[in-house]
Design a protein around this ligand. Structure first.
Ligand code: CAA
Ligand code: NAD
Length: 283
């Protein structure tokens, strides 16, 4: 199956990164979000991320412009009618994703593959919102997308082998490493990572150490590039909370209960880097 045109639904942290890496690999990309302003913000993120490469001499200014030209903005879900692969990267909320997949199923061409970048939610359930469950798959990129090599590929119960093979091939074309995991809450990445981050937040809330000390211990002691609280801010505290709630309800095990301090921060709108304030403040 030929894949030339990609549509990315959601121009946030992840959607912008996914659009960038496909544009760099010479695909035609449509970047969609609810409002023009949000899409524009996503395009600006891409432009500044590419500029890093220009500043490092890894990319010329001309090439940067060519990559940006591969991305067209859209606020119309109907743009999916021209896409071969649609990758959804909106808020980690099942109801929102189900509604989008139901819409996409009506608009996207029959051959199109519908993928979700969900961190933790059931691909099988997302697929149930469509009449093409065999063409629905999880294509889970890591943050920041231009840098992280891993893509977790998650089959839903009905996902057909051809679809898996196409996504695996595309992942390699992006110079990333596809890893097949099965459809269980949090897959592998967040089944292991998020409880660690949640435990760091409990460590903070119980006064075991200051936030800087907790991050320092994991950076210097375990060689993590970012401490868990800095990483939580980087991911987004809302996303971290939604993932913990998925693990908690998905496994019915209280060891996954989200730390009340995490819930409090999200309720206060302290979402981390993307809102300017989380455990740390970002200017
Ligand atoms: N976008 C693009 N490139 C970026 C970037 C961004 N947001 N941030 C950093 N980079 C690039 C820099 O350009 C630099 O490139 P070179 O090595 O070629 O010079 C490189 O990354 C290192 O950047 P810095 O030197 O500025 O900073 P750093 O050394 O601290 O690295 C980092 C930044 C790569 C983000 C590093 O801190 C890191 O790897 N952190 C952990 C990230 C992580 O764990 N991600 C997975 C989260 S879990 C997830 O994503 C799944 C989920 O569902 C929640
Ligand atoms: P984000 O908050 O940065 O962006 C979410 C985007 O979705 C926003 O631009 C918002 O306008 C858009 N959106 C919300 N509701 C929508 C709707 N009904 N229709 C269309 N667009 C809508 O979130 P993010 O961090 O980019 O995460 C997006 C997805 O990627 C989530 O499923 C998340 O779990 C997953 N993910 C996140 C990370 C991470 O580190 N942040 C890593 C891997 C996967």
């Amino acid at each position: 199956m030929e894949v030339n045109k990609i549509m990315v639904i959601g121009a946030g942290q992840m959607g912008a990164g996914i659009a960038q890496v496909f544009a760099e690999a010479e695909f035609d990309v449509i970047l969609y979000d609810l409002e023009e302003g949000i899409v524009k913000k996503g395009l600006n993120k891409i432009a500044s991320s590419l500029h890093r490469q220009v500043e490092k001499g890894e990319m010329t200014g001309v090439r940067r412009e060519e990559v940006i030209k591969n991305i067209s903005p859209s606020t119309l879900l109907q743009s999916a009618k021209n896409a071969d692969l649609i990758i959804e990267a909106v808020i980690e909320n099942m109801a929102v994703k189900l509604k989008i997949f139901e819409e996409l199923d009506k608009t996207a061409p029959e051959h199109a593959i519908l993928a979700s970048n969900t961190s933790s939610l059931s691909i099988t359930e997302i697929a149930s919102a469509t009449n093409r469950p065999e063409k629905v798959i999880g294509m889970h990129f890591m943050n920041p997308v231009p840098v992280m090599k891993l893509v977790e590929i998650i089959r839903g119960l009905e996902t057909e082998d051809m679809v898996y093979e196409v996504i695996e091939e595309l992942t390699k074309k992006l110079n990333k490493v596809p890893v097949e995991v099965n459809d269980y809450p949090g897959f592998v990445s967040n089944r292991i990572l998020m409880p660690m981050i949640n435990e760091a937040i409990y460590t903070l809330s119980e006064g075991v150490a200051k936030k800087e000390a907790i991050d320092e211990v994991m950076k210097l002691g375990m060689n993590h590039p970012m401490g868990p609280l800095t990483l939580a801010d980087f991911i987004g505290l809302d996303t971290c909370l939604y993932i913990m709630e998925t693990l908690h309800s998905g496994f019915g095990d209280d060891k996954y209960r989200p730390c009340p301090l995490l819930r409090k921060y999200v309720k206060a709108g302290r979402l981390g880097r993307k809102s300017g304030r989380g455990f740390y403040t970002y200017t």
